[in-house]
Ligand binder design. Structure first.
Ligand code: HPA
Length: 271
């Protein structure tokens, strides 16, 4: 990755009409319908954006959508890149750098995750207040990282406290159950064993998923305030573990999505 590539990616998007977006939004698996709320939208398909990571079959539909949401200019990534698809960490996080290059001032992230904390139920939402990186690598571990910012990025407060506080207020006002907790990111794509769920609980995780942490690390590298939520799609009880059902996970994500959309839209309105 070079600065020139980032500039070319963002120039292409600017020429298409992606003019000074304020907020970037990254939507997780089964959580893409927020884009239906966007007005005056412009769409760019990932495969047409110069230097965007090369698509896999699954990614033919990946797109960036620019438009107006709650009177704010937003750019939304519908479909993200995962390490489990064979992408490198700098591929996974390249779009975050492009959105920053376009001018975003805040980043919103959602994902689908399993509940490790068994006080949390499937269909609940968890505000991510901290994380544990179990992906075995870093999006900042490359030779010319110094061209893009500092190497030793502070992670003492990776999620923006002001946006977190506002989102909690909104949840109370809207009567939406919003837990807070620690998100552990694994590579996947296999789900976890019972022993792994026990370990995750022991080390302090409240939820587990296969995304988000690389993007949050890069957001911190870019001094970009970030807020992130997990839609809890399954309960990871090692003493009563049911075989995973991906269709069920996607169904629960879809059912819970309207609450996530409400939280995001209200927070965007208040910013
Ligand atoms: N583990 C990892 N990723 C997930 C899970 C899980 O239990 N549920 C949804 N995404």
């Amino acid at each position: 990755m070079t600065k020139k590539q980032l500039e070319e990616s963002s120039l292409y998007l600017r020429n298409k009409g992606f003019e000074s977006p304020e907020i970037g939004i990254l939507l997780g698996t089964g959580l893409g319908r927020l884009v239906d709320e966007i007005e005056s939208s412009v769409v760019a398909h990932y495969h047409n954006i110069p230097f965007f990571p090369l698509a896999t079959v699954e990614f033919h539909s990946g797109k960036l959508i620019y438009g107006i949401l709650e009177n704010k200019k937003v750019v939304v990534m519908q479909g993200r890149f995962h390490v489990y698809e064979g992408y490198e960490f700098d591929d996974v996080t390249y779009p975050i750098r492009v959105m920053r290059e376009l001018g975003i001032k805040k980043l919103f992230i959602s994902n689908a995750a399993g509940a490790i904390n068994l006080n949390f139920k499937k269909g609940d939402i968890m505000l991510i207040e901290d994380h544990i990186n179990l992906q075995g690598g870093s999006p900042l571990a490359f030779k010319n990282v110094a061209d893009f910012g500092v190497r030793f990025v502070d992670m003492s407060q990776p999620y923006d406290m002001e946006m977190c506080a506002k989102m909690k207020e909104i949840a109370v006002r809207e009567s939406i159950t919003l837990h807070s907790g620690v998100y552990a990111s694994v590579v996947g794509p296999q789900l976890e064993t019972k022993a792994e769920y026990r370990m995750l609980k022991t080390i302090g995780a409240d939820a587990v998923g296969m995304s988000t942490v690389p993007e949050v690390i890069v957001a911190n590298h870019l001094n970009l305030p970030v807020v992130a939520v997990s839609v809890l799609t399954d309960e990871c009880d090692p003493n009563n573990l049911q075989p995973v059902n991906i269709n069920e996970i996607i169904r629960i994500a879809g059912e819970t999505e309207p609450k996530m959309i409400k939280l995001f839209m209200e927070l965007i309105r208040e910013l």
